[in-house]
Write a protein that binds this ligand. Structure first.
Ligand code: 45D
Length: 173
């Protein structure tokens, strides 16, 4: 097998990246994230959104995808702030409810689009905000920093995986 100079330089820069950012930065970020309290998971997701917001374009999240989540989003939009918060906590805590089961049948990317849209609804004032004085735990702060240090593709991988596991998959076992 021959290597062109291009692939050699790709290999070189990969090697450099590995030393700064090991492959399991993604896996370890996911596992620490999942060990956080429910509220810290919600807060970290929110702060991750506020950091990434500019790089996620609404077009990229796909209107077609959101259509599948629209019923859920409309339902949530009409709830009181307290109920909105319980729904989000139920999703994270994998509590079995009609809503978490509806969420569970969405694809991983639609789940990501759903959370993205919830954030947008928060920004527009339709969904309960994170209290200004909410204090992340030490671990949560570290997870957030770890996410910020990942490249965009790795951030998506982490986020997709954590939101994919939320809710209840009515078709599982
Ligand atoms: O009182 O389809 C606390 C692309 C404390 C393209 C609270 C993409 C107590 C393909 C719990 C904190 C890959 C770009 C209150 C998609 C308390 C594609 C409140 C990617 C009130 C989809 C907490 C999309 C609350 C991406 C309200 C990357 C927390 C999407 C709410 C990323 C948190 C989306 C929310 C992200 C977080 C969304 C709603 C990171 C949402 C985060």
């Amino acid at each position: 097998m021959t290597f062109t100079s291009d692939s050699a330089s790709t290999r070189f820069s990969n090697a450099v990246n590995y030393s700064i950012q090991p492959v399991d930065a993604v896996a370890s970020t996911i596992s620490v994230f999942q060990s956080l309290s429910v509220d810290d998971q919600l807060a970290v997701l929110w702060y991750a959104y506020t950091e990434m917001g500019r790089s996620i374009t609404p077009a990229a999240t796909g209107a077609a995808r959101l259509q599948l989540a629209e019923g859920l989003l409309n339902q949530i939009k009409q709830m009181s702030h307290a109920d909105q918060l319980s729904v989000m906590r139920d999703l994270v805590a994998k509590k079995n409810t009609a809503l978490t089961r509806s969420y569970g049948i969405l694809s991983a990317n639609t789940k990501l689009a759903f959370w993205y849209e919830l954030s947008e609804l928060m920004v527009k004032g339709f969904v309960v905000p994170v209290p200004n004085d909410y204090k992340l735990s030490r671990d949560a702060g570290q997870v957030l920093e770890a996410i910020k240090e990942l490249d965009f593709g790795q951030q998506i991988t982490v986020l997709r995986k954590v939101v994919a596991e939320m809710g209840i998959d009515p078709l599982a076992d």
